[in-house]
Write a protein that binds this ligand. Structure first.
Ligand SMILES: Cc1cc2nc3c(=O)[nH]c(=O)nc-3n(C[C@H](O)[C@H](O)[C@H](O)COP(=O)(O)OP(=O)(O)OC[C@H]3O[C@@H](n4cnc5c(N)ncnc54)[C@H](O)[C@@H]3O)c2cc1C
Length: 313
């Protein structure tokens, strides 16, 4: 007999939102969280209706309190493996790195993703502060300031053209990007400055980003710099379970988060790189409702089996 109906791996917006819905559906639910949400470096979370500007940690603290208020269990820790149980009841063993484990009928993976930041001086230090990635998250706060966009990653030119929406003063630092003639015309037409040549690093003064330094030693003063890092899903657990992936490496899932392995679900940035906090929360909620429906179907099937065998509930 499984301890929990649902074990949720990852307690960010997606995982906690799913836990809230499941706990309110009177399911036994546990959230196991390693405590490193993607937006932790940012002081404020923007664009979440009714919570715009709230520190990310405060949203999660409120979420944890709500989940606990409905009897959901919250555990700190890192899940190291999820293994199918092959006894009659089925379900999964969810193993933690500390050697403990829980069992659950269904598993929802909401482990988020990793931003693969360029390996340049200043980048890690300023990430989420004045080295930014998402203009929808932080563009308004730096509107009409001197902005830069760091090249060298896929779609970097498109990112510079996007940023132009927030400021008239945008410089694209090509770094290792080769700009095509079409892109060059687009940048010129939108009055985005172009600085060619490899970037040596970010210049930091008084705990603020001050500019971008080129290999030549030239420094271009900027107030904030954007970069579009490649993103890698934290999907090792799903891969080990045998979940199918797309060619891109992202797990295949239906709109409710159902993977190709029965009983295993996924939501938030672990499956959707475009998910903002509010989207991740919405995906967690949708997955929770689908999981509960799946459990109800199983409950009915088992009840009919027992009923026919003369074992009424
Ligand atoms: C710097 C920065 C600023 C951002 N600002 C905004 C903003 O202003 N507004 C906005 O809408 N979006 C913003 N985002 C995007 C936002 O971070 C994501 O949309 C959101 O975090 C996705 O939620 P999630 O629950 O899918 O993943 P996460 O919030 O990343 O949560 C995943 C959780 O799973 C845990 N975990 C991972 N692996 C395991 C494991 N094996 N075992 C147990 N736990 C595990 C992690 O520790 C983490 O706590 C920002 C992103 C960055 C990088």
């Amino acid at each position: 007999m499984n301890e929990y109906d649902v074990a949720i791996v990852g307690g960010g917006a997606a995982g906690l939102s799913a836990a809230l819905v499941l706990a309110r559906a009177r399911r036994a639910v546990v959230v196991i969280d390693a405590g490193a949400p993607r937006n932790a470096p940012a002081a404020h979370m923007q664009g979440f209706l009714s919570r715009d500007g709230l520190p990310p940690s405060e949203l999660l603290a409120a979420g944890r309190e709500e989940v606990a208020g409905y009897g959901g269990h919250l555990r700190s820790g890192t899940v190291s493996a999820v293994r199918p149980l092959h006894d009659e009841g089925g379900g999964f063993e969810v193993a933690l790195a500390d050697g403990s484990s829980v069992t659950a009928r269904r598993v929802l993976v909401t482990t988020g993703l990793r931003d693969e930041l360029p390996d340049l001086p200043g980048v890690r230090e300023r990430w989420g502060r004045d080295l930014l990635h998402c203009p929808y998250c932080h563009g308004h706060e730096v509107r009409e300031q001197r902005l830069g966009v760091l090249g060298g990653t896929p779609d970097a030119v498109q990112h510079a053209l996007l940023l132009r929406q927030w400021s008239h003063d945008v410089v694209f630092f090509a770094h290792t990007t080769t700009i095509t003639p079409v892109e060059r015309e687009q940048l010129l037409a939108r009055a985005v400055g172009v600085v060619e040549g490899p970037v040596r690093g970010l210049v930091v003064e008084d705990d603020r980003l001050a500019g971008v330094e080129l290999d030549t030693g030239r420094v271009v003063r900027r107030d904030a710099v954007f970069v579009r890092p490649p993103m890698t899903p934290n999907a090792d657990l799903l891969a080990a379970l045998g979940c199918d992936t797309h060619d891109t490496g992202w797990v295949v899932a239906d709109p409710a988060g159902r993977t190709t392995v029965p009983g295993v679900w996924v939501a938030g940035n672990a499956v959707n790189p475009r998910a903002q906090v509010i989207t991740a929360a919405g995906e967690g909620s949708a997955a929770a409702i689908a999981i509960n429906t799946d459990l109800v179907d199983e409950d009915v099937r088992l009840a009919v089996r027992d009923f026919r065998a003369g074992r009424p509930a």
